[in-house]
Design a protein around this ligand. Structure first.
Ligand code: BES
Ligand code: MN
Ligand code: ZN
Length: 501
């Protein structure tokens, strides 16, 4: 999707497939709609009347070939009460408009949103959201379809501005567009089946990203190297699989040489069968999405490489399969992590924390300013939060607040969960330093507690995206979350960094 911003002095003279015009409750026109109505000789007012169009949010009417207007179509977009649209309502309106125009044959659209006064957010926020939403609307999965249905013709979305847009607004749109492109990469990797999207495939994608961007550098560690590093926990997960495990390291060097990086670590289980503690059959296909944390790291690195903020970022992906076989790790096996902590594997389906603990220990060598892991870690997180919020755990309240703010600003929201010491007791083992499961209560908290054992020296946070990373049912597919949250978080760090110089 081609997404841009443009100063439009006279909307009636704007040649395009469709002009989107906000109309408030009671069919009240804003400045742009009023100007168009005048140019079209009252056609808009007559349409509002004959269609009994109330201007309610979530409703719209389409007008073909309006007279006196250069646009081929006009979409009157209901916006509800002026000033009443909060962030969620604004997003719904924009998504509705994109969907309505995609249902027409229009190849391009111009949105004049200035008359939509949101009560919470400013013009720059709106531009970022338009970039995010229009970018997301441009994604379709086709990779393994032999005859994909023709998609919408919409290829270009323009945010029209009655005044000359400020540099900050242009930048905000760029940021939203880059976040959406990163999220679309994450969605594609998530949606690809596990027989295509293997650990080696993820490594080749990371290498391809590095080849595209001079500031990105990629290194891939194989199992031999992992064994040298004594990554016994990670290797115990891949033990039952024929696919080779990969530890992918992508470095973005946009800051001062020697400036400590922010490090992202993604769970990249390209298929999670549960291993010997095998999962039930129903819905097991969805465990191809168990690499969505890894995908979000690659998507974020790609967005960051495009936006070029002044900071250093390292993306680490721990990738392997979790399968049962004669060589697989068994319940009760004790393995030794790179940190030297021994782990009793009571359930081979709690594998995410096993690959992450070694990746988090490996991350120490970069001396991170902040260390954030992203993982589809627990079914318990889905029970706790459903699909709307990612679970956020952290050993540092300032870092947690920064991540929550980034999530709220992008509407890629997270919710702060407890990481109290009281929960640590549940991980006691009679045969190792720690057990890999914590019993029935607070499953997402004990998983985070497990990881916290390996990040004591770090300013660390963990995002459990088990509920937010993909949609189930008819709309089954990866969401690309939390690429927007992570990208916003990193961009804000660069901004603060600059101000502090
Ligand atoms: N990848 C799963 C978590 C998951 C399950 C994500 C369902 C999304 C939907 C993870 O590896 C897992 O299997 N976790 C177990 C942990 C348990 C054995 C302590 C779980 O959540 O059941
Ligand atoms: Mn599992
Ligand atoms: Zn898993």
């Amino acid at each position: 999707m081609d997404i841009s911003i443009k100063h439009i002095a006279d909307p009636a003279a704007e040649r395009c497939g469709c002009l989107v015009l906000p109309v408030a409750d009671g069919g009240k026109f804003g400045a742009a709609a009023a100007r168009l109505d005048q140019a079209a000789d009252g056609q808009l007012a007559r349409l509002v009347k004959s269609e009994h169009f109330s201007g309610a949010a979530g409703k719209s009417v389409l007008l073909h070939n309006p007279s006196g207007v250069a646009a081929q179509r006009l979409l009157l977009l209901g916006c509800g009460k002026p000033g009443a649209a909060d962030a969620a309502a604004f997003r719904k309106m924009v998504m509705h408009a994109l969907g309505a125009v995609q249902a027409t044959g229009a190849a391009d659209l111009v949105m004049l949103l200035e008359d939509v006064a949101t009560n919470e957010r400013d013009r720059d926020w709106q531009a970022q959201q338009l970039g995010l939403l229009a970018g997301a609307a441009g994604y379709r999965y086709t990779h393994t379809l032999s005859k994909p249905e023709p998609g919408s013709r919409l290829k270009k979305v323009v945010l029209g501005s009655a005044t000359r847009p400020s540099a900050a607004t242009v930048r905000a749109l760029d940021e939203g567009r880059a976040m959406a492109a990163g999220a679309n990469l994450a969605r594609e990797l998530g949606n690809l089946p596990a027989n295509i999207c293997t650990p080696s495939y993820l490594a080749s994608q990371a290498r391809a990203l590095a080849a595209q961007h001079p500031q990105l550098h990629c290194r891939v560690l194989d199992e031999k190297k992992m064994a040298e590093l004594k990554m016994g926990a990670l290797l115990s997960v891949t033990a039952g699989s024929k696919e080779a495990a990969k530890l992918i390291v992508l470095e973005y060097r946009g800051g001062a040489r020697g400036a400590r990086p922010h490090v992202l670590v993604g769970k990249g289980i390209t298929f999670d069968s549960g291993g010997i503690s095998i999962k039930p059959g129903a819905g097991m296909d969805e465990m191809k999405f168990d690499m969505c944390g890894a995908a979000s790291v690659l998507g974020t690195m790609s967005a960051i490489a495009g936006l070029k903020p002044r900071l250093n970022v390292v993306g680490i992906v721990a990738a392997c399969e979790n399968l049962p076989s004669g060589t697989a790790t068994k319940p009760g096996d004790v393995v030794k992590s790179m940190a030297g902590i021994t782990i009793e594997v009571l359930n081979t389906d709690a594998e995410g924390r096993l690959i992450l603990c070694d990746a988090l220990t490996y991350a120490e060598r970069f001396e991170p300013q902040s260390l954030i892991d992203i993982a589809t870690l627990t079914g318990a997180c889905v029970v706790a939060l459903g699909k709307h919020a990612s679970g956020l755990f952290s050993n540092n309240d300032d870092l947690a607040a920064e991540l929550l703010a980034a999530g709220s600003h992008t509407h890629d929201r997270a919710w702060h969960m407890p990481l109290w010491d009281d929960y640590q007791e549940q991980l006691k083992s009679n045969f190792a330093d720690v057990a890999n499961i914590g019993g029935p209560g607070a499953g997402s908290v004990t998983a985070a507690c497990f990881l916290s054992r390996f990040t004591k020296k770090q300013r660390w946070a963990h995002l459990d995206i088990a509920g937010s990373a993909w949609e189930q049912g008819a709309a089954k597919g990866a969401t690309g979350r939390p690429v927007a949250l992570l990208t916003r978080y990193l961009l804000d760090r660069a901004r603060h960094h600059k101000a502090a110089d």
